[in-house]
Design a protein around this ligand. Structure first.
Ligand SMILES: [Zn+2]
Length: 492
């Protein structure tokens, strides 16, 4: 027996310091669906959707739930705590109302903590740490799916003035906990990439500076080490898709000040991931990496990570388009020119802020060789052709089946006149624009700011259509149009 346990201890010493963390990370990734909080399954989540979940934790003796403040419109801000350890870890999410990814991940983490699995790892976490979560710090912004709060200010520029009740709550909670670690959880634009690569910055990190000199003390150094640890995790599941934010000091920001007040502060920004519009894969990466980070903080093993690992994370850049078309011919006054075109699909909130439709824009054209696209087409040899209004007017949209639409596009028509467009439609669900009885389509121009709508012709045949920034391959029968397409425009 004694020999056996001695052997076990020796084995433990032989193991790579991070082997246990790595094993936990893979187990968390593989078992994720068990813990995913399925009632929160899209980005436009609202405060009232969180309340039944929080109420359940109020009744759960392992959790402590305290109402720590209220938003301007009177929505409760709740702090949910668990654990008995000396080290306080404070995590807050969604101080920008339209940045919900980590809020969802927090409820996944609660499901994990509440379950009876991973006993050993959870004992390590909860005996060494007390975890405090403040999900959805800006519920009024979330209600309208907007960045700012009801006062119209950016809470993340209110750390000094403390005019917003949400900002005051954040400061008061931080001060009362004197938290050792802080996780400042945000979303960033999906157009960020890891510098000089076509990889989206799916996750970006920052250990914010606490002064203009950008000095590194132990507090900030510890944040950098935990970030370096998390970067290694994300690299396994989204290789090359991590960026590091510029660390210029912003004296008004919470992250910078919380670092200054003595809490090792880790900024996490959830960005883009190919074909993950609702960011559910990124939410999973949040869950896995934050829980793994919590585990390494509990074990203290992050202290062995060299600071250089932090600086090796590539810088964030903003050089992605949703669609990039390169080397296309464009004729103006009958003379041909060669251009690249960058297009983005911009979300327009519906009135209830529960869903959205796309209104796309050309955002740049010319030499875009330093830019990248989630989707790209090399259009060498193709010429841009203007889309016309179909000669036949239809009564109702259902007269257009897929075959008819493909045939219209191949014949150079990108608009269909329709006499009875349903009143409640804000956009065309078909892969072709719908226009009202008298609408006049403006003169075709290829320029920044316009809706990307045109056809690509080669040897007299139209091979591709770009409708509202979505690329349609007219000769690819393998893909059903309706599935690769979200919406076209509707002009009454
Ligand atoms: Zn933010």
């Amino acid at each position: 027996m004694r020999i056996k346990s001695l052997f076990f201890i020796l084995c433990l010493f032989c193991m790579n310091v991070f082997a246990q963390e790595e094993a936990l990370t893979s187990a968390l990734y593989d078992s994720y669906t068990v813990y995913k909080e399925t009632s929160l399954n899209k980005r436009r989540i609202k405060h009232h959707e969180l309340q039944p979940l929080i109420t359940a934790y109020r009744k759960n003796p392992r959790f402590t739930v305290k109402t720590v403040g209220q938003s301007i419109e009177g929505r409760d801000l709740n702090l949910i705590s668990i654990g008995n350890g000396k080290t306080n870890v404070f995590l807050w999410s969604q101080m920008h109302g339209n940045e919900p990814t980590a809020t969802q991940a927090i409820f996944d983490i609660f499901n994990f903590l509440e379950s009876t699995d991973f006993k050993e790892e959870k004992r390590t976490i909860l005996n060494n740490l007390t975890l405090h979560f403040l999900p959805m710090l800006n519920p009024d912004g979330a209600e309208r799916y907007q960045r700012r709060n009801r006062l119209g200010i950016d809470i993340n520029r209110d750390a000094l003035q403390l005019q917003s009740p949400e900002g005051r709550t954040l400061k008061r909670v931080r001060d009362s906990l004197q938290a050792d670690f802080g996780f400042n959880l945000h979303d960033q634009s999906t157009y960020y990439n890891a510098e000089r690569t076509n990889k989206p910055a799916t996750i970006s990190y920052l250990a914010p500076a606490y002064n203009y000199e950008k000095e590194i003390n132990e507090v900030r150094g510890n944040a950098m080490k935990v970030i370096a640890f998390m970067n290694k995790i994300i690299q396994q599941y989204a290789p090359g898709q991590v960026g590091k934010y510029n660390d210029d000091f912003e004296p008004r920001a919470f992250g910078d000040n919380i670092q200054k007040w003595g809490t090792s502060t880790i900024l996490i920004e959830s960005g883009g991931y190919s074909n993950d519009v609702e960011k559910q894969e990124i939410r999973k990466l949040n869950y896995v990496s934050i829980l793994s980070a919590i585990y390494t903080i509990a074990k203290g093993s992050y202290t062995d990570i060299p600071l250089e690992d932090y600086w090796e994370i590539p810088e964030n850049d903003r050089k992605l388009f949703d669609l990039k078309i390169t080397n296309v011919n464009y004729k103006i006054f009958d003379k041909p020119y060669t251009l690249d075109i960058g297009m983005n699909r911009l979300e327009v909130n519906r009135e209830d802020y529960n869903s959205f439709w796309y209104s796309s824009r050309i955002v740049d054209q010319g030499d875009l060789s330093t830019y990248y696209g989630y989707e790209t087409l090399d259009a060498t040899g193709y010429t841009i052709r203007e889309g016309k209004v179909a000669p036949e007017t239809i009564k109702i949209p259902s007269q257009l089946d897929e075959q008819t639409i493909v045939s219209l596009l191949k014949n150079g028509y990108t608009y269909v006149r329709c006499t009875n467009i349903p009143k409640d439609w804000d956009s065309s669900p078909l892969p072709i624009h719908l226009i009202g009885k008298t609408f006049k389509v403006p003169e075709f121009l290829l320029e920044v700011g316009v809706n990307p709508t045109f056809l690509l012709e080669k040897d007299g045949a139209i091979a591709y259509a770009v409708i509202n920034g979505f690329l349609i391959d007219l000769f690819d029968n393998s893909k059903a149009l309706y599935f690769i397409f979200n919406n076209a425009m509707l002009f009454r």
